[in-house]
Design a binder for this molecule. Structure first.
Ligand code: PAF
Length: 283
């Protein structure tokens, strides 16, 4: 597995691959890899002979300095997992490589998408995500980029940025991988204490409970009950919401459209997010 630390070195490799018409799959990550990331690499490998993963903890997407400071880092382990998964190359840039001194942060017109849910609770977060993914796409120039559906709103935002910037890169969204008790895999799970880890799957149970009652009751009442249950179990809930899966506008009731139920909640200072997509009924 090749390791590139500079955009220039990666570009030389890119030229060689292009000469041989080899397609490139790309998995952007912030490291602390888990099986969900590895599933993205494996999926990328099915479609592309050459797969690159980036590991870069992007400072501009953290709206909370403490969260940035505590973000888990395990580069050695990550490299071993990537090698085992058949990843061909890793891009491990420095902050200066991604944001050179003359870098001017563009403003992405994301509109409504960045004002709700994660956008409302983490101001500036999606601008930071767009900045880094935009830079990575300029550098890596992949044929395909793979993202996890656990970050549902992030997928929507990146789709929009790719469209705004007219990148030819194809986006593939991969299903969330869960632990046996339902907890969505996430790098932040590593920070959970044993007690928190036992309670963490309750956010998935809340999502399932809303999903299972969508047909029968007023959605707001169901959601209020589930928020209360989570809070009684020690969570601080930012949101639990049913939304239109296309534009993320909130839904007061489900009328058979493609929808998504999204949740973000803290256990102590660890913020967990998850979602379940609801397939629309044929009209
Ligand atoms: O989902 C993540 O890990 C990050 O937000 C991403 C897409 C790698 C950008 O830093």
């Amino acid at each position: 597995m090749k390791i590139f630390k500079t955009a220039e070195a990666l570009h030389n490799e890119w030229l060689k691959l292009r000469k041989r018409h080899i397609s490139i799959g790309f998995v952007p990550t912030m490291g602390a890899l888990h099986d969900g990331h590895i599933a993205l690499v494996q999926e990328a490998k099915l479609h592309n002979p050459f797969v690159i993963t980036s590991i870069f903890v992007n400072p501009t997407q953290f709206n909370n300095a403490q969260d940035f400071k505590l973000y888990p880092i395990s580069v050695e382990d990550d490299l071993n997992h990537l090698e085992d998964a058949g990843c061909d190359a890793v891009f491990l840039p420095s902050v200066d490589e991604i944001y050179p001194p003359d870098f001017k942060a563009p403003i992405y017109p994301l509109g409504y998408l960045e004002t709700v849910l994660e956008g409302a609770y983490r101001p500036g977060h999606f601008q930071g995500v767009c900045q880094v993914v935009d830079r990575l796409l300029q550098i890596v120039q992949p044929d395909e980029m793979l993202l996890g559906r656990k970050d549902f709103q992030q997928c929507k935002v990146i789709e929009k940025m790719v469209e705004l910037k007219n990148y030819p890169t194809r986006l593939t969204l991969v299903d969330t991988l869960r632990e046996t008790d339902g907890l969505a895999m996430s790098s932040r799970n590593r920070r959970l204490t044993t007690d928190q880890r036992q309670r963490a799957p309750l956010i998935y149970k809340a999502l399932l409970s809303v999903k299972n009652k969508l047909h029968t009751k007023d959605v707001n009442t169901i959601i209020i009950n589930e928020i209360r249950n989570l809070e009684e179990s020690g969570f601080k809930v930012d949101y639990l919401q049913l939304a239109n899966a296309f534009n993320l506008e909130p839904l007061q009731q489900w009328n058979g459209e493609n929808a998504v139920i999204l949740v973000a909640a803290y256990l102590d200072n660890i913020r967990l997010i998850d979602n379940i997509e609801i397939e629309g009924k044929p009209s």
